[in-house]
Design a protein around this ligand. Structure first.
Ligand code: MG
Ligand code: MG
Length: 268
């Protein structure tokens, strides 16, 4: 989930604090792995929500979305033209759907936040490509995090990755964010823009990077439930997110089981 903030400030975490955030990140990673394994035609989004909540509570953590500004569930489940913040319920997944799952947890006071989009059964190859492009754009953004670099380098890398891949719409109204003892902290992390701007990235920076990419135009609409954000033109959308810490050695993906090693090796 994302919110707007006006201030721009990056709070550096100590190595000890990063270890605590890693533990929270692994709880989220585990919950999302279990949800991903359960995705199939006929499963409801409420079923997925229950799986995530059970995993988080069994780990001694708390679902951070539940009760956040009144949000009623542990995950956001956004299907097809839903971009983000879909509310889990009786909706059954069907063969050919895309489902985006966003999940956050608090462990010992520290937050983790991550999301993925997955196909349900057999999906149109064009939509699989949308999913691939969005995930690759996330990793391009992660790979752009370097000590001494600037905040806008991340969004620039995300945008370049998407633009190079084809004619997609990058959502602008919802953005990534700083994260730590709160889910949403300064600064905002847009998924577009020119490089070399904004605060300098320092050791101990932790950001949630989360591109949302539409198959059509970038424009969005909020449904009457006050939460669900959909594409204005009704096309499908994809969303990927990781919570990422910056160390002297480079990015450490706190919500990836391998810390991001495999994907960052490919990204160079
Ligand atoms: Mg999220
Ligand atoms: Mg987020």
């Amino acid at each position: 989930m994302t919110v707007f903030r006006t201030k721009e400030r990056i709070e550096a975490k100590s190595p000890e604090q990063l270890e605590l955030m890693r533990a929270a990140g692994l709880v989220v990673a585990g919950a999302l792995e279990r949800v991903r394994a359960a995705i199939a035609p006929g499963v409801t989004t409420a079923d997925l929500d229950a799986i995530a909540e059970e995993h988080i509570r069994a780990a001694g953590a708390v679902p951070s979305f539940k009760g956040y500004h009144g949000f009623p569930a542990t995950i956001c489940a956004s299907v097809n033209d839903e971009i983000v913040h879909g509310i889990p319920g009786d909706r059954r997944l069907h063969d050919g759907d895309l489902v985006s799952v966003d999940c956050g947890a608090i462990l010992a006071g520290w937050h983790g936040d991550a999301a993925f989009t997955a196909p349900v059964g057999e999906v149109d190859p064009e939509l699989l490509e949308l999913v691939r492009v969005t995930e690759d754009a996330l990793w391009a953004g992660i790979a752009a995090m370097a000590v001494g670099g600037r905040l806008s380098d991340i969004g620039h890398a995300v945008e370049q990755a998407v633009r190079t891949a084809g004619d997609y719409g990058i959502v602008e109204e919802y953005v990534g964010h700083g994260i730590g003892v709160e889910m949403h902290m300064d600064p905002q992390v847009p998924n577009f823009g020119r490089p070399g701007r904004g605060p300098r990235l320092v050791q101990g920076t932790v950001l949630a990077i989360e591109p949302m990419v539409n198959h059509g135009t970038r424009h969005t609409r909020l449904l009457e439930d006050g939460w669900t954000v959909v594409t204005h033109d009704g096309t499908h959308s994809a969303h990927f997110e990781h919570t990422v810490a910056l160390r002297s050695s480079g990015p450490w993906v706190l919500t990836a089981p391998d810390g991001g090693a495999a994907r960052l090796a490919v990204a160079g």
